[in-house]
Design a protein around this ligand. Sequence first.
Ligand SMILES: *Cc1c(COP(=O)(O)O)cnc(C)c1O
Length: 379
Amino acid sequence: MFDFIPLSVPNLKGRELEYVTQAVETEWVSSSGPYILDFEQAIAQYIGVDDAVAVQSGTAALHMVYLEAGITDEDMVIMPDLTFIGTLNPIGYIGAEPILFDCDEFLCIDPEKIERFCALECDIRDQQLFHKGKNKRVKAIVAAHIFGALCDMEKIMDIAERYHLTVIEDASESLGCRFSTGRYAERHAGTIGDFAVISFNGNKIITTGGGGIILARNKQQLEHIRYLSRQSKDDELRFIHNEIGYNYRMTNLQAALGLAQLEQLDSFVEIKKRNYEIYESFGLKLLSYGARTISNYWFYSLLTDNRRDLLIEQLAEKSIQTRPVWELMHRLPPFSKYITFEIEKAAYYHTEIVNIPCSSNLTIEAVEYVATEIKDILG
Ligand SMILES: *Cc1c(COP(=O)(O)O)cnc(C)c1O
């Protein structure tokens, strides 16, 4: 009936081929070309900001943002323990030190614990926060919005102001998410912190093959990021570069794909919401995205009553692809030596959750089939 049902795959049924063909026919395939600027403008407009900078991946976007935020190899950074490795790796490129934090009931970094950490373990000197034990500056909070839920940005922004921290939103997974109530009602993910990134990797809600986009509250800083991402080129003719740059600029081919995808974003969100509701109607226990979020329904988190591995294995036998949440960052060799703070919920959700098929091209019949198979296994 169904050959194989993957967890999350791209949906390329719009004008992708038309735009990419156009890029090829005009021979603009690399890091210049009209689609790049069009894509930056289209994303900015969708989100409700003035400008955005497109790069090769979400990870590259985070690298640029961490540098522009002034994070150095002498700094510590408040980061989530439950996230994709792409949040952490660029901190490793810089040589800064992450401090790994627990999540809340929506899998996003827990602001109560950040507050407690700042109050108990740090002090403020000259308008900067220092970790007392390590005598190092704590420079920033990285708030990663997980699976379609949003971090509690009101609390995070208040803490950041009180403790002089820069706020970076890793909105890699959150294109199409908005805040529902309160101070930031109706604002899109990525428009609250000092900087934000969104990813267009193949499994994200829209894709450019690989790609990312950067938002920043400060225009000069955003422009500086654009400059760094293009090898810091100051003179096109004589090849003058006045700073160390990065070859991170998005290509016209990627942007062509992205423009076609963006045209379909709202319909993807609708389908994902519909499918989430079908799973729920079968009595499956899915994690909520929380009242503060108008979600894009990117990933579905099924609670499995301690039968995670059994479920994954038995669904695989039926050619249904599922997976556990990412391994927690503090358990991975590159990051296991760093400080953690009160990790409890993240460890619980890690053992409990299975992500189930959520592609925007899943038919109602396919979702009902998956739901039935899960019911069969979990009872
Ligand atoms: C996808 C993702 C990234 C990195 O994006 P890439 O485009 O794959 O480099 C970073 N953080 C989170 C939370 C992600 O889901």
